[in-house]
Design a protein around this ligand. Structure first.
Ligand code: KG4
Ligand code: ZN
Length: 504
């Protein structure tokens, strides 16, 4: 089960205290101490959730480290009773260990109750040793504490620190990773500026990137608590995407690389959507089929190897899936971006009310376009249907139109993706792109994958939409594989093929 981890803030205090009181009924910290810990200059706390909606806090943990001191301390770790035994404690601990490495620690210390063998075994499994016992440390119960220590191997500290820059569409994204660990993911979107046009206007997006880059970069550096000089490499999206938008990111990345003397990796945006999975499970298990659906792309990929062998099985021959949502929402006067608005209306409608066409699914189309998509006919069919109703002055249900339209899009997306898994004997499907937020897409993909024995991976939503963390993550994979940086003469390539993972 995936664990969704992020840095804790004071806004999490109330929920943390609930879990603190449940977990440590006799010796819970007072709320004021916890508030101090969350805000402290030398402490970093993380919260863990079982789903990206953050409804259920299932754990938290904190680390303290003074600057210049090679020792770090685990302050506390708690996992909700109902979420135990699933490996979540280990994941939270691993995050703290990465954080300690990141802050330059050489040793990590912790105390654990002598009567808690489950926790002790977890720490032993992570490489901690029992080095001392403090008598009657836990009061009022008079329980001894084991002092445990983890010596951090030098090689652990070799995980590269990589900054990623993404500017292929309307999101300016800056991400920072250490190896496979996410340290910062800051996004500035120009979506609001495009709202009155009902779709992304390339020239406006490019200007917005130019303005957003510097503040977004500064915010990310601050969040990761690093300085540019500490970076091991910089990665940037050089395609595919909007040419003018890409150029801003590429220009900024080259300037940063030249100014800091750091190696630069030009990477493929689409492969970045796939590579992001390393941030959640430590690797991308290949081969895998990947379905990438956003306002800019609709691509079905066969990823045999993340860095060396990515194939395009099919893509849209006209509108992207997200674009179809945006256009139909506009036609129904629902606003922009259309996806969430359609989703909202569709929840109240009947998906079977109107049978809209499923693009490129007829037998004759399936011969040539088995894995390709087409949404423009569907959009026209919705427009005609509404026109006819309006011309006849007949009332109709917007929720029914939205639900029927959504069903048509999602049905084709999921059917073709599942077909690709079955045809190629690959029992794995990874989703990416902003349309992954669609409630029906998630539901049908889950249903169909379960029915066909396919493992479905859906990264956290903040990693599905365009972001810099996925670019940093792919860059870090290239660095760790010993790949050479790109030559600084590469350009922005709006039609970069997915087979070019890195532009040499
Ligand atoms: O990945 P993304 O943020 O980047 C761009 O392509 O710019 O995707 C945005 C797209 C928009 O077209 C939006 O309408 C669509 O994702 N989208 C959705 C939903 N939420 C966002 N489409 C369908 N259902 C949703 N709930
Ligand atoms: Zn994208």
């Amino acid at each position: 089960m995936t664990l969704y981890l992020r840095l804790a803030t004071e806004a999490d205090l109330e929920r943390i205290m609930q879990l603190e009181n449940q977990s440590f009924p006799t010796d819970a910290w007072p709320e004021e101490s916890m508030r101090f810990e969350l805000n402290g200059p030398h402490t970093r706390y993380f919260v863990a959730f079982d789903a990206p909606d953050e409804q259920n806090l299932i754990g938290y943990a904190g680390l303290a480290k003074l600057q210049g001191n090679p020792q770090a301390d685990i302050q506390t770790i708690a996992i909700a009773q109902t979420a135990r035994g699933k490996g979540h404690g280990k994941k939270l601990m691993e995050r703290l260990i990465t954080e300690a490495i990141h802050q330059g620690a050489e040793e990590i210390f912790l105390e654990v109750r002598a009567d808690n063998p489950v926790a002790q075994n977890l720490y032993l499994g992570l490489g901690f040793e029992h080095i001392d016992t403090r008598k009657r440390y836990y009061q009022p119960a008079d329980i001894d504490a084991w002092v445990m220590r983890l010596r951090l191997e030098k090689q652990n500290t070799k995980q590269p620190l990589v900054l990623g820059i993404e500017s292929s569409c309307d999101e300016t994204g800056i991400g920072i990773v250490r190896g496979n660990t996410l340290l910062a993911n800051v996004i500035s979107s120009s979506m609001d500026l495009h709202a009155r046009f009902g779709g992304v206007v390339p020239e406006i997006a490019a200007r917005a990137h130019l303005e957003a880059l510097q503040p977004t970069l500064e915010k990310a550096l601050k969040e990761a608590q690093i300085d540019l000089s500490e970076l091991d490499a910089i990665a940037v999206t050089n395609g595919p995407g909007l040419a003018g938008a890409l150029m801003v990111g590429v220009g900024a990345a080259k300037a940063l690389a030249v100014a800091t003397g750091k190696p630069l990796y030009a990477v493929n945006h689409l492969v970045g959507h796939v590579g992001v999975d390393v941030l959640e499970r430590g690797e991308v298990i290949t081969p895998t089929i990947a379905l990438l659906v956003s306002g800019g792309h609709t691509s079905l990929l066969k990823v045999n190897d993340l860095l060396d062998d990515v194939e395009l099985l099919g893509e849209t021959i006209d509108d992207a899936a997200g674009e179809a949502f945006d256009k139909v929402a506009r036609l129904l006067d629902l606003g922009y971006p259309g996806g969430p608005k359609i989703d909202e209306q569709a929840a109240k409608g009947d998906p079977k009310a109107i049978r809209f066409p499923r693009g490129l699914t007829l037998p004759k189309d399936m011969e040539k376009h088995r894995y390709d998509f087409s949404f423009s006919g569907l959009k026209t069919a919705v427009a005609r249907w509404v026109e006819v109703k309006e011309a006849a002055n007949e009332p109709y249900s917007i929720p029914d139109v939205a639900a029927s339209f959504r069903e048509a899009v999602v049905d084709v997306l999921v059917t073709k993706a599942v077909n690709a898994c079955k045809d190629h004997g690959i029992p794995r499907l990874l989703l990416g792109g902003g349309v992954v937020a669609n409630a029906r897409l998630r539901e049908l993909a889950k249903e169909q994958c379960e029915a066909n024995g396919i493992e479905l991976r859906i990264p956290a939503f903040s990693l599905c939409t365009d972001n810099g963390a996925m670019i940093a993550a792919l860059g870090a994979q290239l660095v760790m594989a010993g790949r050479k940086p790109s030559n600084l003469d590469f350009g922005a390539n709006s039609t970069l093929p997915v087979t070019t993972v890195q532009t040499p």
